[in-house]
Each structure stands twice: as C-alpha cells, then as structure tokens.
Design a protein around this ligand. Structure first.
Ligand code: COA
Ligand code: NAP
Length: 268
C-alpha cells in the first residue's frame, strides 16, 4: 500500500455520491467511507438509500442520505445543502446515477431515449452544476461515472452511448471552466462489472456473459472494488494534477474485440 492510499486518506472530508444506493456507486460510497470520508448518498428509493447508509454506519463509517431524483435540480441542490449543513463543505462529488436497457432505436419511444438522457446526462449536469456552490474550494474533486459506450458505439445502446458521450465532453468543458477555482473534474469509465444491475440488463444470459468476457483483453468482468479504488485515487491528492480525464477502468473493453488466442497465431 502506497503512502497516498494509507488509512484515513479522506479523514475529515465530505463526499456526496449521487446514485450511491446500489451497485458500483454503493461500492464507491463504501470505499470513500472506509478511507475516512463522511458520505452522503442520494437516489430515488428511500428504502435503498436507508439500506446503503446502514451498510456504512454498521461498518463504523459516517453516512447520511435522502431520497432524491437527479432529474430534479431543486431537489439535488437541497440535498447538497443538507449535506453541507450536516458534514461541512463538499470535497468529493460522485455523479453515478444512470438508467439503461437494451433496445434498438426503432424499439424505443422518444420518451425512452429522453428518459436515459435525462437521468444520465442532465442528471450529471444537475449534480455537478448544483454542487459548485457547496464545494470546499480549492481542492474539490468531481468524478462522474461514465461507460465505454461514451467512446465506442454499441448496438442497442444509442441512448446510453449518446448520454455517456455527453458526460465525457461535459467533463472536459467543466475541467476547463472550474480548474482556475481549484476544482478537478474527471470521469471513470468502468468496463463490465460483475454482480451489477447494469450487466444483468446488458448480458442477461450465461451465453452473452461468456461471449463478452472472452472479448475483453484482460478476460472476465471487473469488480466494484476496481472502480471504487479508481474513484478513491481521483478523489485523493495523488491525482492532484489530473483534470478533464476520462479514465478507463475496463480491462481493455473500450479497445474493441480482443477475442481469440492471439498468442497462438504465428507471424508469417
Ligand atoms: N425498451 C424500450 N423502452 C423502454 C424500456 C426497454 N427495455 N424500458 C423502459 N422503456 C421506456 C418506457 O416504455 C417509457 O417510454 P414510454 O413512456 O414511451 O412508454 C420510458 O422508457 C420511461 O420509462 P419509465 O419506466 O417511465 O422510466 P423511469 O424513469 O421510471 O425509469 C428506467 C427509468 C426506464 C431507465 C428504469 O429502467 C430505471 O429506473 N433504471 C435504473 C436502474 C438501471 O437501469 N440500472 C443500470 C444502470 S447502467
Ligand atoms: P445500479 O445498481 O442500478 O445503479 C444505479 C443507481 O442510480 C442506483 O442507486 C439507482 O437507485 C440510482 N438512480 C437511477 N435513476 C436515478 C435517478 N433518476 N435519480 C437518482 N438516482 C437514480 O447500476 P450499476 O450497474 O451499478 O451502474 C452504476 C453506474 O455505473 C452507472 O452510471 C452505470 O452507467 C455505470 N456503469 C456500469 C457498468 C456495469 O458493468 N454495471 C459498466 C459501465 C458503467 P434508485 O433506483 O433508488 O434511484
């Protein structure tokens, strides 16, 4: 363990995790709490938020949460203000709320497309835009959870591809606008992560799962901990000169199909 990943790395810091009540983002919230941060969690379901908060406090961490839809700017702003009231100015913001499903464009209504854009892209705008007034500046770190779809087109994912590509570009624009205030803005792009709602939806059968795993350079799915550690890095002083970066944490997924056994192919 390096010096920067020592215990208590985020002691005294405040973190806000949007969409932090399950899956990858819950793993992130738990990791930030493990590193000593006081963590606020929001998502739509009050029951899921309560369970996520309990998972942290039961483990000895400090957490609080409230039900909030990232599509509602005023509600997001109120949740951020309540976090500052309770824990102090916010050092780390994670924007990870998302919705997704497999659907061809002709199989989705305009409202289906808009729903994913609203949750992922507008929701991330709302979380980041509203957070600015509540940040501990200089020094705050904002981290969005994007996906390989933001860079690489994928069948039946036009909605998610458009939304995540928008998040990637917004990350870079905000890094330029807010860098002078000492605010870093980055994104983490997870590849397929095991035991998540996302992969249950995108690879619902064992055959699809096997095919996807066989095409990833590092073979197999990643873990929630892989993503949580990358977010912790970006939240930490170790990433103090990193901004506007879209960091792939994906086993090589975004590179394309690495299927087959390249080592057995002889050069001519
Ligand atoms: N294929 C095509 N259209 C779909 C769809 C699917 N599988 N699932 C939902 N839709 C459409 C709905 O029919 C509706 O369009 P319509 O009004 O024209 O009929 C539109 O999407 C909105 O659906 P609704 O259920 O009202 O939205 P919501 O805001 O309650 O939920 C979702 C958002 C649809 C994204 C829902 O799946 C969700 O809450 N997901 C969160 C969890 C998740 O996706 N996790 C993985 C993250 S990667
Ligand atoms: P998940 O468990 O479904 O996480 C999504 C979270 O967002 C939930 O906590 C959900 O809680 C919340 N949410 C959804 N809509 C919301 C809204 N309108 N307002 C507020 N919160 C909302 O899925 P996951 O697979 O772990 O995905 C987490 C993130 O990782 C997403 O950004 C996803 O795009 C990204 N990602 C996942 C994978 C993967 O392999 N799973 C790969 C690449 C990227 P509520 O239902 O309570 O609202």
């Amino acid at each position: 363990m390096t010096e920067v990943f020592r215990d208590g790395l985020l002691t005294g810091k405040t973190a806000f995790v949007a969409g932090g009540s399950s899956g990858i983002n819950l793993g992130v919230a738990q990791r930030l709490a493990e590193a000593g941060a006081k963590v606020a969690i929001i998502s739509r379901s009050a029951d899921k938020v309560a369970a996520a908060v309990a998972s942290i406090t039961d483990a000895g961490g400090t957490a609080w949460g409230t039900a909030c839809d990232v599509r509602d700017y005023a509600a997001v702003d109120a949740a951020l203000a309540a976090t500052v009231e309770r824990f102090g100015p916010i050092d780390v913001v994670v924007s990870g709320a998302a919705g997704n499903f497999l659907a061809p464009v002709v199989g989705m209504s305009a409202n289906a497309f808009k729903t994913v854009i609203d949750i992922d892209l507008l929701g991330t705008f709302n979380v980041l835009r509203a957070s600015f007034a509540h940040l501990a500046k200089p020094g705050a770190s904002l981290i969005s959870i994007t996906a390989p779809q933001g860079e690489r087109p994928q069948m039946f994912q036009a909605h998610a591809c458009a939304a995540k590509a928008g998040i990637n570009m917004m990350t870079k624009c905000l890094a330029m606008e807010w860098g002078p205030a000492g605010v870093r803005v980055n994104a983490v792009s997870p590849g397929p992560i095991g035991d998540t709602e996302g992969m249950a939806r995108l690879a619902p059968t064992p055959e699809m799962e096997k095919t996807i795993k066989g095409r990833i350079a590092l073979r197999g799915y990643g873990t929630k901990r892989d993503i949580a550690d990358m977010v912790l890095f970006l939240a930490s002083p170790a990433a103090g000169y990193v901004t506007g970066a879209i960091i792939d944490c994906d086993g090589g997924s975004v590179l394309g199909d690495a299927g087959g056994d390249a080592l057995t192919v002889r050069a001519r």
